[in-house]
Structure formats: structure tokens, C-alpha cells
Design a protein. Structure first.
Length: 212
């Protein structure tokens, strides 16, 4: 009588191949789902920033205003080649901390006749005038009090906020947060005084993610 065949040589190896294939497919699905989740979060951040924060290339409106000294000004429409807007309020510590660098920037910008610097205060005229005297501010100031329309139009809900606007009405530079250190000052001066160039192409959320 012959002995039964050795199971070592008769075992079918295909189930192990199927197991590895299933694991590979599961890993691919996990990677794909992770990529989709990452793109979704990037899209959400991109949309939130477009609603809440200014961005380079953004068109801004033209808003007529009157400075504290009675001068008629137009926000978003430079009377010269560039317009620098500093949005602040009189109780913000980060705004106050930005003033030394801003005053340095003002002294440099005076050398350029085609650049204007305007401060926009979310405060009453009396509060703004007292603030200007306290900190020896010499650039034109506009008091818009609690003007939610101006905050929304210029994405200035967070202060301090700096915008450099070209004569085409587009934002060339933006900074939200305290102006401190040499790098932000140099960036501001470069954006305000550099020769005119086409506005940067706006990146979509998907291309911004792909570039990382």
C-alpha cells in the first residue's frame, strides 16, 4: 500500500498570493483616501484664507475717505504708483509693537515720490488723533471706527494688516500680524518700491498642494 502524498508538495500557493494582493490593494486605497483628505483640507484652508485674509493678486475696491487733517483720499486707488495701507486699532498691542518698524518704513518711503502710506484706524477720530500724538505718527490717518464694510472689503478683520496696492488696484504684498524684524521691513519696502510687474498668477488649492 502506497503512503499518502506529502502535503508539503501538494499545498496550493495561490491563497498566499491572493492575500498579498488584497493587502496591496488595501494599502493603495488607504493612500488614495489620505491624498483625498489632504486635498480636501488644503481646499478648505485655501477657501478660508480667501474669505478671511488678503492675498497677493487680490483686487481691492476704491473707497473714498477723509483723513484726520481734512485731506480727501481714496483707499485702494493710489494717487501715485503704489499705496501702502496699514490697518490697525488703538488698543491692539501688536499694532503698537509694529509702529517702530512702520516709522522706519515711512522714512524710507519718503524718498520715493510715487509711494503713499496711509494708516486706517478702526477707532473714533478722537481716539485716532490721540494715538497719533502719543506715537508721533506723521503719515495720513483715516478713522473708520467699527466699519465692518471696510474690514470686509480689504480683508482687514485681523489687525495689524499691511497691504501694498499697485496702480491697477491689485495687492502686491500683504502681511497680517506684527511688523517686527528686518525681513518683513525689507519685504514691505521691496514691494512698495520695486518696478511694476505683472501680478503673480493665483494658485489654486490643488496646484498649491502639488507644488509642495
Amino acid at each position: 500500500m502506497s503512503s499518502p502524498p506529502d502535503s508539503t508538495f501538494t499545498r496550493n500557493p495561490r491563497p498566499s498570493y491572493l492575500l498579498w494582493a488584497a493587502l496591496a490593494l488595501a494599502c493603495a486605497l488607504v493612500v488614495a483616501l489620505g491624498w483625498q483628505l489632504m486635498r480636501s483640507r488644503a481646499d478648505q484652508r485655501w477657501l478660508a484664507e480667501r474669505v478671511d485674509r488678503p492675498y497677493v493678486g487680490m483686487f481691492v475696491p476704491q473707497v473714498a475717505a477723509t483723513a484726520l487733517d481734512g485731506r480727501a483720499l481714496s483707499l485702494g486707488q493710489p494717487q501715485r504708483r503704489r499705496q501702502v495701507l496699514f490697518f490697525f486699532n488703538t488698543s491692539c498691542p501688536h499694532c503698537r509693537a509694529s509702529l517702530p518698524q512702520l516709522q522706519l518704513a515711512e522714512r524710507e518711503l519718503r524718498k520715493h515720490a510715487d509711494v503713499e502710506l496711509i494708516g486706517v484706524a478702526f477707532a473714533t477720530p478722537a481716539q485716532t488723533a490721540a494715538y497719533a500724538r502719543e506715537h508721533a505718527l506723521t503719515f495720513p490717518l483715516i478713522a473708520v471706527d467699527d466699519d465692518r464694510r471696510t474690514q470686509a472689503l480689504f480683508r482687514a478683520r485681523r489687525v495689524p494688516s499691511l497691504l501694498v496696492i499697485g496702480d491697477d488696484g491689485r495687492v502686491r504684498y500683504q502681511r497680517v500680524g506684527a511688523l517686527n524684524g528686518k525681513t518683513p521691513l525689507h519685504e514691505l519696502l521691496r514691494a512698495a518700491t520695486a518696478p511694476e510687474a505683472p501680478a503673480p498668477r493665483q494658485a489654486t488649492p490643488s496646484t498649491a498642494l502639488a507644488a509642495r
